[in-house]
Design a protein around this ligand. Structure first.
Ligand code: NAD
Length: 353
């Protein structure tokens, strides 16, 4: 098993260093993985004149999984769009055909106070949202704005092929199988034909997964239920646009951007694993960033690409114990609570491993 390590910019290298300490400890315990690092984003642009140099792309293509930090910096914001650091992520997604985005929303009981919702509504939340990344209204044709001023028409087209729906549904069912065995498919079949096809295919595939309970929910209701009672869900699967909106909504249930990992997968389970947050230039270089989203991204990699459930449970368990012991970086500390550094948080996770 080979992992490509792409730390990126800003806090990326700082939080990646902590995740790599965890990975090193697992390797000492017998986990058989090779790893190789490369520059990506602004750091790669500075060294090679491109945010995703050919050597970095080749490393990612040849690896079984990619552990990604974050990219972007104010210094690179004035570059032409194709040279911006953020282009690296889009390039990796496209070249490696990562079509399934997995975003867990987990609320550790100790951090339930960080949510804007009442603690009892979110404490213990453990939800996974799966978003399709390659189809839908973001890519469908025809698109564009036409006509004279005063009579202009804006058009975008919701477009899904059967093959696109099938492959994301299979990811949904397989993920549910590894968790609480409940899959809720999100659509808008009451008004959109493309979403009727979405629902029909979900129903067609369901018999292949008799151990998973399939349900359906209209997206407007799902947006409401996520606020009303988010703990009713195990895995939700949605198209590109509905998944985009619902996954951001769900991440805010947790209240802390520094805690959430994510994965983007291809058909064979190869994946790119990264925190949902960006490179946080405002706190870079200060040893105060929260490394837990990066460490939990490593856990997701072990679980979803390598199917090493026990090793993944060890990583997640070490994070849980660290929080239970009261360690808090500034972003998750309550007013007046003592805060720890990035490296102290990483060291505590390592001890708890
Ligand atoms: P951001 O997620 O980097 O930061 C938003 C806020 O959250 C900041 O106040 C930051 O300090 C805080 N924060 C983020 N991660 C944290 C952590 N681990 N610990 C503690 N606090 C944390 O979003 P932004 O400020 O809008 O963007 C900064 C740069 O990151 C931009 O260049 C943007 O394009 C880029 N970006 C990259 C990715 C990615 O690499 N996938 C995603 C989003 C944004």
């Amino acid at each position: 098993m080979k992992i490509a390590i792409l730390p990126g910019d800003g806090i990326g290298p700082e939080i990646m260093a902590e995740a790599l300490k965890v990975l090193d400890a697992l390797r000492r315990d017998g986990l058989k993985v090779e790893m190789e690092s490369a520059l990506v984003g602004g750091a790669a642009y500075d060294a090679y004149g491109h945010p995703l140099p050919a050597a970095t792309l080749k490393l990612a293509e040849e690896a079984d999984a990619v552990l990604f930090g974050a990219v972007g910096s104010p210094r690179h914001d004035a570059l032409p769009r194709e040279h911006r650091p953020e282009k690296a992520i889009l390039g990796l997604r496209k070249e490696c055909d990562f079509f399934a985005n997995l975003r867990p929303a987990t609320v550790f009981p100790e951090l339930a106070d960080a949510s804007t919702l009442r603690a009892e509504v979110v404490a213990g939340l453990d939800l996974m949202i799966i978003r399709e990344l390659t189809g839908d209204i973001y890519f469908g044709e025809p698109r564009g704005v036409s006509g004279e001023k005063g009579a202009r028409i804006g058009i975008n087209t919701m477009h899904y092929t059967e093959a696109q729906i099938r492959r994301i549904m299979h990811v949904g069912f397989r993920t549910a199988r590894q968790r609480g065995k409940r899959l809720c498919s999100i659509d808008k079949m009451n008004v959109l034909e493309a979403m009727q096809l979405w629902r029909d295919i979900a129903i067609e595939i369901a018999p292949e997964y008799p151990d998973v309970e399939l349900s359906h929910m209209l997206v407007d209701n799902a947006a409401m239920q996520l606020i009303r009672n988010p703990k009713q869900f195990d895995v939700m699967v949605a198209g590109n646009m509905f998944g985009d909106i619902l996954s951001d909504e769900a991440s805010m249930l947790t209240g802390s951007i520094g805690m959430l990992p994510s994965a983007s997968l291809d058909t064979n389970g190869k994946g790119l694993y990264e925190p949902i947050h960006g490179s946080a230039p405002d706190i870079a270089g200060k040893d105060i960033a929260n490394p837990l989203a990066q460490i939990l991204s490593l856990g997701m990699m072990l679980r979803y690409t390598f199917n090493l459930v026990e090793w993944a449970d060890r990583v997640d368990g070490a994070v849980k114990r660290t929080l239970a012991q009261g360690l808090r970086t500034a972003d998750i500390a309550k007013a007046g609570e003592p805060v720890c550094s990035t490296s102290a948080m990483g060291a505590a996770v390592l001890r708890n491993l």
